[in-house]
Design a protein around this ligand. Structure first.
Ligand code: FNR
Ligand code: 8K6
Length: 347
């Protein structure tokens, strides 16, 4: 029997998706200067409500989480009210939406806030802020234990704020070289305390964030995105796999809503993951619902789901190019190809 991606999928006892096609989280840098979602963002998301689940663009949990211009937040009441307009509009159209909770760690830039750039260790990245090339990255401060406790509390607070803003749940952004991922990779974590050096210690921050969020909103409303292979603002280390093996084994007992791979092209193989792709590695190590992503189209996603490579598909760039992606798929209409120039405006 072949799985129809356009039929409903039960994530768990409390959340049913209208289909298996998720809108991937897509940073657009279009919030206002107080990092509040705008009416254009309300309309943009509402047009995509036919997705099984919209995952919001990465949304910062507090001021020092910011590394790109005009990325929305979830820590002021104006931001919560702004997101409420988005979620109301998505719900009116019959859709569901999770907020992606973000802290960029060492990729933050003090141009955007007062205070330190926090990371697991004082190891910087080369390069500069996209779209603001004059802002080169600085060497971060290694977070103290007190900093770590406050970061965890702020993830939990942002999750609580997300529910107040009407989101159906949250996806913790643990991928793509940002704060949580920095703890999980040897290239960014040289700590010698209980947050570094061993797989158990390096997984501790991720698990403490996950548990703090679950504690506030429930595992059924909590998803997590991970990039076991280093590919963005991060370099590979052959020791990384043991960290993810440990972490995923721990996550197997937590009944998350889903686990989502963080990758641009899921055909990419990682030497550090025994030459597996992101989805192959995650499928083998994780027993719960898995979201595949990374340069899939409807047909390749359908084949992969039917081959049991993952359970749900997240579609990113095609959703930027096609607000009506789902109805185009339903009607077998041609999908407009994505191009980078499309990032200039929300359609
Ligand atoms: C992304 N991606 C991304 N990932 C994430 O976890 N949070 C984010 O905010 C963003 N932002 C973002 C912006 C833009 C412009 C692009 C192109 C990508 C990655 C995205 O979720 C997805 O993993 C990739 O785009 C691969 O999927 P597609 O586009 O091949 O379907
Ligand atoms: C302007 C802010 C945008 C921030 C989100 C990141 C979007 C980046 C899109 C470009 C693709 C980068 C691909 C990196 C993959 C490297 C694979 C080797």
């Amino acid at each position: 029997m072949t799985t129809d991606l356009l039929q409903p999928f039960k994530l768990n006892d409390t959340i049913e998706l209208q289909n298996r096609i998720l809108m991937a989280p897509l940073t657009r840098c279009m919030a206002d200067d107080n990092l509040v979602p705008t009416q254009a963002m309300v309309d943009y998301y509402a047009r995509r409500a036919e997705a099984g689940l919209i995952i919001s663009e990465a949304t910062i949990i507090r001021p020092d989480a910011q590394g790109y211009p005009n990325t929305p937040g979830l820590f002021t009441s104006a931001q919560i009210q702004g997101w409420k307009k988005v979620t109301d509009a998505v719900h009116e159209q019959g859709g569901k939406m999770f907020a992606q909770l973000w802290h960029v760690g060492r990729v933050a830039h003090p141009h955007f806030f007062d205070g330190d750039v926090l990371a697991p260790s004082a190891i910087g990245v080369e390069g500069s802020v996209p779209r603001m090339r004059e802002l080169t990255y600085i060497t971060p401060k290694a977070a103290t234990t007190a900093d770590i406790k406050s970061l965890i509390a702020d993830y939990a607070k942002a999750a609580e704020n997300a529910l107040e803003a009407g989101f159906d749940g949250v996806e913790i952004h643990g991928a793509n070289g940002y704060l949580i991922d920095q703890f999980l990779h040897y290239a960014a974590n040289e700590r010698d305390d209980e947050y570094g050096q061993t797989p158990e210690n390096m997984s501790r921050f991720a698990l403490e964030v996950v548990d703090a969020v679950i504690n506030v909103i429930g595992a059924d409303k909590t998803g997590l995105r991970l990039s076991p292979g280093a590919y963005f603002n991060m370099s590979e280390d052959s020791r990384d796999k043991a960290v993810f093996d440990y972490l995923l084994n721990e996550l197997n007992s937590r009944a998350l809503a889903y686990l989502h791979g963080g990758i641009f092209d899921d055909s990419m193989r990682f030497a550090s993951l025994a030459d597996k792709t992101t989805s192959e590695y995650l499928r083998a190590a994780y027993s719960g619902t898995l979201v595949g992503v990374g340069s899939y189209d409807f047909d390749t996603a359908k084949a992969a789901i039917n081959a049991n490579k993952f359970d749900l598909i997240a579609i990113g760039r095609p959703f930027i190019a096609n607000p009506d992606y789902i109805s185009k798929i339903k009607n077998a209409e041609e999908v407009v190809p994505y191009s980078d120039e499309m990032l200039a405006e929300l359609i």
